[in-house]
Ligand binder design. Sequence first.
Ligand SMILES: Nc1ncnc2c1ncn2[C@@H]1O[C@H](C[S@+](CC[C@H]([NH3+])C(=O)[O-])CC(=O)[O-])[C@@H](O)[C@H]1O
Length: 330
Amino acid sequence: MIKGSLVQFSAFQDDLSAVAQSPFPEWLVSLAPQLENWLKTQQHGELKAWLKSVEQLPLITPTEISLGDTVTVTNNQIQPGQQARIEGLLKQLMPWRKGPFDLHGVHIDTEWRSDFKWQRVAPHIGDLSGQHVADIGCGSGYHLWRMLEQGAEHVWGIDPGQLFMAQFLAVKHFMPKELQQRAHFFPLGIDDLGPLQCFDTVFSMGVLYHRRSPIDFLSQLKQLLRPGGQLVLETIVIEGGEQDVLVPGQTYGKMRNVWFIPSSKALMHWLRRVGFKQVECVDEGVTELAEQRATAWMEGQSLADFLDPNDNSRTIEGYPAPRRAVIIAK
Ligand SMILES: Nc1ncnc2c1ncn2[C@@H]1O[C@H](C[S@+](CC[C@H]([NH3+])C(=O)[O-])CC(=O)[O-])[C@@H](O)[C@H]1O
């Protein structure tokens, strides 16, 4: 049990209160013991150090906020010394994969230009005003802030990645209270969520190919939605028809945990099979090198290293290079 971190995790208290006041307070029955168990047993060896960095971030009242392509918090009186301190602490949370963020002039140039994905998704999701929105596999929570920009009332990020949680908390730390109260992150996986049937919109982007049992995963996502709710699914696809799916060998683009890569037509077929209606593929295209690349904030390998150096239309293993589809379903 990590004592110091409990201060940080008083943050869960606010999130649990938000659940209590939401239209779905019954979620507390499973959620509260899960988080308690997580606090006792499941902490990553480096979590304490990550949370310490978050705790040491200076408290600065923002004078300007943008939840646009670069999620930005500014105070026009910021001192260079404070900036250097913020940068040093945020660098302790590397690698930063999902963003970009600009926190008091510290520009976090993340591996992924997650704003590119949002630009493909946002025109198709309708108005999120007043909605409770879940993001399953939310990473650092970059898209949670964009969902708030689209008017969501509360956003609920679910991701077992503990470094991602620390990054989310670092960004949240700088946000005004009014936004802090509406943005939540629970360090859980999809299997920890029962058939809550409560969210107006459920996003799951970049997760399906990591699931061993994709049809069960789609069913789980469906059971998170209230009747008539909307699913926004984004994943890697191959070209092909309703019965085409790639199950790669040990790795796909050097990723070890990739299981099923269907065509968008196959995926739409699966969605209809588990009971979704009005299934529509609203975007599909190859992932460009400009969207996923190494930066000063993620110095490891990235997309260029995962592709065949002589033929960028193939992964290093000879599979079709990643193309991604966005599918909306009711
Ligand atoms: N069982 C699980 N339950 C929930 N999340 C999980 C699980 N297993 C892994 N994840 C999480 O799913 C996210 C996938 S990344 C997409 C991020 C963002 N959505 C994006 O679209 O940029 C894409 C990638 O890594 O290939 C990671 O944050 C995992 O921790």
